[in-house]
Design a protein around this ligand. Structure first.
Ligand code: BYC
Length: 307
């Protein structure tokens, strides 16, 4: 009975737009959902460093290398803010990381695709960071204080990432026929996986109902995906890129772009661990963890002597 009263008071707070802070009472399920979602998000930031890290040594100029290095460092920072935010819910980062390494925790499907050309740095910045911004602008208004505040800061940095990616593609599209072809080929590979970042269609999204009721999500997966498509079409056209969907067409009635079917079989296959790079990504993270163990041990030994 007491729980029912607390739950009602909690829902009333949410409905009236009051932000929930770590010390406030919250239903167990709210805490669990946030831990699941925020830790997946933090893992995505960290695993997301790998496909871009792949091009740091091969960036085409010193300026491009510096920009890419700064971007990848930003992603590490985003991971740290979000892990810290998750710790306010009573979990330890090392346990969350262990779940990533054991394969128990998920991270964004998009990072299981390879980065084969320099143009992929443009596609990641423009499409992947672009999709992340659409999702995170919503999360910046979510009901959990530490997550929403982390998102406000992260979105500012993601906007810079998004523009640098678009600028890489715009530069390639003003270049030689080979450069234009490289940019187009990259978009052909990244477009559909970027649409999958928003998660399954609303009818197949088991977590959405609860998350929307608690205002963790304020818009559905399909609504955000549509917003992303609408904004991407105009941007692609402006620099001469073609989005690889023959069904993409402006719909006068809805005021949105209609689009073709998403290959959900591919999506589920990737999130089950069978995408092109899943094994490689997890191995890289596990190796980084074991190679860095001596640093953590030394820091702990130093702290225990000097505290
Ligand atoms: N990939 O019920 P649903 C970045 C899972 S990184 C993998 O709709 P929900 C960046 C989902 O977890 C951006 N799994 O779930 C970094 C669930 O499985 P579980 C990362 C996915 O939570 C570096 C199941 O499918 N952003 O910005 O309501 C460089 C059913 O889905 C995916 C975030 O993580 C996916 N794409 O909605 C550049 C944002 N989609 O957990 C850029 C925070 C779904 O029940 N997360 N699944 O076993 C969210 O906003 C939501 O969790 C999602 C999914 C929209 C992703």
């Amino acid at each position: 009975m007491e729980n029912e009263v607390l739950e009602k008071a909690f829902q009333d707070k949410i409905d009236s737009g009051i932000v929930i802070e770590p010390k406030d009472w919250m239903p167990d399920r709210y805490r669990k959902q946030l831990i699941r979602m925020m830790s997946q998000h933090a893992h995505s930031e960290v695993v997301g460093m790998l496909p871009e890290g792949n091009w740091i040594t091969r960036a085409p100029s010193l300026m491009r290398k510096l920009i890419l290095l700064a971007k990848v460092q930003d992603e590490a920072g985003h991971g740290l803010y979000i892990y810290s935010g998750t710790e306010t819910l009573g979990v330890m980062r090392k346990d969350l990381v262990a779940d990533l390494h054991s394969g128990k925790a998920k991270y964004s499907s998009i990072f299981n695709y390879p980065t084969l050309t320099w143009a992929d740095m443009g596609s990641i910045g423009w499409l992947v960071d672009g999709a992340a911004i659409v999702n995170q602008t919503m999360l910046a208004k979510c009901s959990y204080g530490p997550y929403s505040r982390a998102m406000i800061r992260i979105c500012k940095e993601e906007n810079f990432h998004n523009k640098q990616g678009y600028e890489i593609l715009a530069t390639l599209m003003k270049g030689t026929p080979e450069q234009r072809a490289m940019a187009q080929e990259s978009i052909n590979r990244f477009w559909w996986p970027a649409l999958m970042m928003f998660g399954p269609s609303d009818k197949d999204s088991p977590n959405s109902g609860e998350l929307i009721r608690w205002k963790v999500k304020k818009q559905s997966n399909d609504e955000l995906r549509q917003r992303f498509i609408d904004r991407s079409v105009e941007q692609a056209t402006a620099i001469g890129l073609t989005l690889p969907d023959p069904d993409l067409k402006y719909n006068e009635v809805t005021g949105h772009y209609d689009f073709g079917p998403i290959n959900w079989e591919e999506f589920y296959n990737v999130i089950k661990g069978n995408g092109p790079c899943n094994k490689q990504r997890l191995k890289a993270r596990r190796d980084a963890d074991s190679n860095g163990k001596w640093v953590r041990d030394a820091a702990e030994a130093y702290a225990s002597k000097h505290n």
